[in-house]
Design a protein around this ligand. Sequence first.
Ligand SMILES: Cc1cc2nc3c(=O)[nH]c(=O)nc-3n(C[C@H](O)[C@H](O)[C@H](O)COP(=O)(O)OP(=O)(O)OC[C@H]3O[C@@H](n4cnc5c(N)ncnc54)[C@H](O)[C@@H]3O)c2cc1C
Ligand SMILES: O=C(O)[C@@H]1CCCCN1
Length: 388
Amino acid sequence: MSTEPDYDVIVIGAGVQGSFTAYQLVQRNQRTLLLEQFVLPHTRGSSHGQTRIIRKAYPQDFYTHMMDECYELWAQLEREAGVRLYRQTGLLVMGPEDSQSFQNIKNTLEKNQVPMVVLTPDNFSRHIPNVRLADGDGAVVDVTAGVLYADRALKTAQDQFRKMGGVIRDQARVTDIQPGPVVTVTTSAGVYRAKSLVITAGPWTGRVLDHVNLQLPLEVVKINVCYWKEKCPGTYAVTKRFPCFLVTECEESKDDIYGLPSNEYPGLMKICYHMGSTTDPEQRDKQTDRSDIHILQRYVARCLPGLDPEPAVVESCMYTLTPDHHFVLDYHPEHRNIVIGAGFSGHGFKFGPIVGKLLCELSLGEVPSYDLSPFRIRRFQGMSQSSL
Ligand SMILES: Cc1cc2nc3c(=O)[nH]c(=O)nc-3n(C[C@H](O)[C@H](O)[C@H](O)COP(=O)(O)OP(=O)(O)OC[C@H]3O[C@@H](n4cnc5c(N)ncnc54)[C@H](O)[C@@H]3O)c2cc1C
Ligand SMILES: O=C(O)[C@@H]1CCCCN1
C-alpha cells in the first residue's frame, strides 16, 4: 500500500485568506484541498458581504509596503478571471490634526509617496459636500484607495483555484488534527492526509488550534454592519464619486468610524464602528449589544446631515482581534509543516492575495517575501494566561 498522502497541502477555512492561500498553492503546482465547514457561499464568518475598503493609508509602513504588490495581485486576478473586483473611490481620512493617529497615517502616505490630497477647512466642502469637518480636524485623501467587491472576489479566487485543479470540500468541519510528517485531518465528511497544513479558520481559529495544542490571544467580536438611508438618494453615491472614509477619533468615539459610498443597496450608505462586543462564533446572533450603533447614530446626526440617523439595515460580521491588531502569519512553534494565518483584526480582506502568497511560501518552507516579524507568534510570549 502506498504511503503517499492524498494532498501536498490541506487548507482549513474557505474565507478570503484560505481561498487565496489555496489559489497560490495550486499555482505553485501543489495538490491542494480546501476544507470548509459550511455550505459555500455562507455569511457566518468574516469574509461575506458585497464590499470592503482597500487602501494604502495605514499608520505603519509595513502594511503600506505590502499593499504595493497587493494591488498588482488584485489587478492580475481581475485580468485572469475577466471580472471587476476593485473600484477606485479614494479614502478620506479625518481626525484631530494634532493627534498621533491622524498624523501617523498622513506621514505614512507622504513618506511612501502615495498619491494624496490634503484638504483644508476652507476647501473641504467644495471637494466633499454634505460632510461636516469638525473644528480642529485634518482631512487627507488616499487617492489610490477604493472598494473591493468582496463576495465576488471570494468566488473568483475559489473558481480560479478549482479551474487549476484544486479541490474544495464544503460541509466538511474539521474535528481532529494529528500532526506529524504527514498531517491527518479528520472532518465531518472524511479523513484527509497531507504533507502540510494551513489553518485559516477566522473566528474559529482558537477551536481549531486546540487540536494542535496551541493557544493564541485571539478575541472574537461581533460587528453590527449598519446601512443608513440617504434623505435624497444619491447624495453619497459611488457614482457621484463620493469616497470611502475613515474617522480616526472624534467627539463620539476613540475607535475608528468608517464608511463606504452608497453602492450595494441603492440609497443606503454603509457606516460601521471599528469595534464590537465579545462573542462566541457559534453564538454570534445572541450577542445583541447595540452601544456601537448608538455611537454611530450620534456621529451620523452630527457629521452626515444627508443621512437619516437611524440604521435602515443591520447585518452581522465578526472580527478576530489580536492584542496589537496585527495579523498572525507564522509556523506552529512545534510543527513546521503547520502554518497559521489568523487574527486579521478587522482589516485583512484587502491583503488576501498577499497573505495567500505569504502563507503559501511558509508552507513550502521558503523564505517569505516580506519581513514577518510584526506577525510572529513569539510577540505574544510573556502574556498572562488570562489574555491567552
Ligand atoms: C464588518 C466588517 C468590515 C470589514 N471591513 C474591512 C475592510 O473594509 N477592508 C479590509 O481589508 N478588511 C475588512 N474586514 C476584515 C476582513 O473581512 C477579514 O479580515 C477577513 O475576511 C478575514 O478572513 P478569514 O479568511 O481570516 O476568516 P473567515 O472569512 O471567517 O474564514 C474562515 C473560514 O474558516 C471556516 N472554518 C472555521 N472552522 C472550521 C473548521 N473546523 N472546519 C472547516 N472550516 C472551518 C469558516 O467557516 C470560515 O469560512 C472587515 C470585516 C468585517 C467583519
Ligand atoms: O480595513 C479597512 O480598511 C477598514 C477600515 C476601518 C475598519 C474596518 N476595516
